[in-house]
Design a protein around this ligand. Structure first.
Ligand code: ATP
Ligand code: MG
Length: 113
């Protein structure tokens, strides 16, 4: 099992969510986060003065899947639906998951996904 942890633009969440659900990935976790990448935030102007917004709002989308093929499909869906081509489109991290449990039944392993 793998976890896909994608940091994306908040406005792209609805289309990414729809693409995941349509492709057979109904389970996901969403967190509103703030962060920055290599540009370390952005410069903004306010009343003629320049200041840096250090941490920009992003959405963290977590999806746990059973196979490497699922990882590849979801990376494709995220690229197709969340990319604008501009800086700040986000980043995706892939994490190994050792086990899982459905709380209602106590079942374990990849079948709970
Ligand atoms: N190395 C990192 N570790 C943890 N989170 C990161 C890392 N890099 C980026 N992020 C998260 O991803 C969000 C989006 O990053 P961003 O898309 O700006 O990455 P980037 O590497 O600067 O690429 P780009 O040049 O396209 O902007 C950040 O706001 C931050 O939350
Ligand atoms: Mg950046």
């Amino acid at each position: 099992m793998k976890k896909i942890e994608a940091i994306i633009r908040p406005e792209k969440l609805p289309i990414v969510k729809a693409a995941l659900e349509e492709s057979g990935y109904p389970g996901m976790t969403i967190t509103e986060v703030r962060g920055h990448g290599v540009q370390k935030g952005i410069k903004q102007q306010w009343r003629g003065r320049e200041f840096i917004v250090e941490f920009l709002p992003k959405v963290k989308l977590e999806v746990v899947v059973s196979s490497d093929e699922d990882v590849d499909r979801i990376l494709g869906l995220i690229k197709d639906n969340a990319a604008t081509g501009e800086i700040g489109d986000g980043k995706v991290f892939i994490i190994d998951i050792s086990d899982a449990m459905r709380v209602r039944t106590g079942e374990r392993g990849a079948s709970v996904i």
